[in-house]
Design a protein around this ligand. Structure first.
Ligand SMILES: Cc1ncc(COP(=O)(O)O)c(C=O)c1O
Length: 462
């Protein structure tokens, strides 16, 4: 094994991490007593920390490292060649070969008529840019529309626009007032709906809710409806049959742009290059990031149709938006190499081929009394935890805090499994490993997770 590149000892890393580094979405106070986890290496679906302990990364570095951790050499070579040729130039007014090639590649993989790519540095910027694009699109056509519609509990990023779109009150409230105006509608969480409701009834119920929200907002003031094909926060809410066709129809009826936020679902996560293809969403705008480069680079994109760019092609009009690093040539070279690897290794087809295996392994967990519901598609699942399986009763906030933060998250990590215990909605365990995960990884995952969940059940007061 190669030496680590750091000149710090493990102790020095620990001290400097505590004194100088500020972790994202992290209760930093928690690390006054416990060690900051320092990850130093990756291989396949596994990570290693600074103490030499191995972890199965069942979260793919936040739903992102789709090809796994073993392609650094090859991707690094592509980055090096690009560094030699042209380390940087911007997409403000200029193009360069890698951004052009990547735009063409993304257009060829994206479903339907999504043919134009505007590059950014990540998912939040993609969502932020999509909203600005939708607003300016309508302005360019002589309409004043500014509102967005998204769904409850959905996560769409943290910059002020993307944050405003988020449907998670705990993330929004510290930063209010937010960007006007966003209406939040029901998500496709079916688990807590009446047991005798048919799928058709559920779809109609959701579409009624969306229609009412549009009516209340004034549909001719709404610029964009934005939804993930499979909503991550809350736990892998898949769409019921006919849902996205109904959403599309409502958007068409009112001249609203439909944005599919594929920051997680893009690039193979659910067994297609884009989930919009699987669910026949036909978005006007698609946002992606994470899997575009398998997180080997910080790059995202807003992909859109000729219809959406059309008002920006006439006369002296332009999309009045840009960021220095959008389409960075080294990031673009890395994304191109990632896509090349994904194609060569048949990664997207592999997810579809293994989907039934993934599900059947995870279904073993449903035997546990705490495991209420397993949801998801492709290589993207969530297991909802309940206090009572019969009544589907969930945990109180205090119980969830004790269970998830106090026990599950640290215990899973302790036993060598990284997967997220999430309580942005009802408590769920999120399972989303690199797309190269096979039977062995899923067996290990189920075994560790099952053991920890059994222990968790014992700790709950019944
Ligand atoms: C659906 C979705 N949109 C947007 C984002 C924001 O992406 P980023 O963290 O790259 O800014 C995320 C991040 O998890 C996401 O899941």
């Amino acid at each position: 094994m190669t030496e680590l590149a750091t000149t710090f000892t493990a102790d020095e890393l620990q001290r400097a991490a505590r004194e100088h580094l500020w972790l994202h979405f992290t209760r930093m106070g928690g690390y006054t007593k416990t060690e900051v986890p320092v990850i130093v290496r990756g291989e396949g679906c596994y990570l290693e920390d600074v103490n030499g302990k191995r972890y199965l990364d069942a979260l793919a570095g936040l739903f992102a490292v789709n090809i796994g951790y073993s392609y650094g050499e090859e991707v690094g070579q592509a980055a090096l060649e690009q560094m030699r040729e042209l380390p940087f130039y911007t997409n403000w007014s200029y193009a360069h070969p890698r951004a052009i090639e990547l735009a063409a590649e993304v257009a060829s993989l994206a479903p339907g008529d999504l043919t134009r790519a505007f590059f950014v540095s990540g998912g939040s910027e993609a969502v932020e840019s999509a909203w600005k694009l939708a607003r300016q699109y309508h302005t360019a056509r002589g309409e004043r529309r500014w509102k967005a519609v998204s769904r409850n509990v959905a996560y769409h990023g943290t910059t002020m626009g993307a944050l405003s779109i988020n449907g998670i009150p705990a993330l929004r409230t510290p930063f209010e007032p937010l960007v006007p105006e966003v209406a939040h509608v029901r998500n496709t969480n079916r688990y807590h709906r009446p047991a005798d409701e048919t799928e058709e009834e559920f779809t109609a119920f959701l579409l009624d809710d969306l229609e009412n929200a549009l009516d209340a907002a004034g549909p001719d003031t709404v610029a964009m409806v934005i939804m993930e094909p499979v909503q991550n926060a809350g736990g892998c809410f898949t769409p019921p049959a006919g849902y996205f066709q109904g959403v599309r129809e409502l958007c068409d009826r009112h001249g609203i742009l439909l944005c599919a936020d594929e920051v997680i679902t893009g690039f193979g996560r659910i067994g297609h290059w884009f989930a919009s293809e699987k669910y026949d969403i036909r978005p006007d705008i698609l946002t992606c990031a994470k899997g575009l480069s398998s997180a080997y680079a910080s790059i995202g994109a807003v992909v859109t149709t000729e219809r959406v760019i059309e008002p920006f092609l006439a006369g002296d009009s332009m999309f009045t938006h840009g960021i220095t690093f959008g389409g960075h040539p080294v990031m673009a070279a890395i994304a191109l190499k990632n896509i090349e690897i994904m194609k060569r290794e048949g990664i997207v087809d592999g997810v579809r081929e293994r989907e039934a295996m993934y599900r059947s392994k995870l279904e073993q967990l449903l035997k546990l009394p705490i495991a209420g519901d397993l949801r998801g598609a492709g290589c993207f699942y969530a297991l909802e935890l309940v206090k009572d399986k019969e009544t589907r009763e969930t945990f109180s906030e205090a119980e969830a805090e004790r269970l998830l933060r106090g026990f599950l998250s640290p215990e899973l990590f302790e036993r060598g499994l990284i997967c997220r215990a999430d309580d942005r909605g009802d408590p769920v365990i999120q399972i989303s490993p690199p797309l190269v995960a096979g039977e062995a990884e899923f067996d290990e995952l189920v075994s560790i997770l099952g053991g920890v969940l059994e222990e968790a059940w014992e700790r709950i007061e019944h």
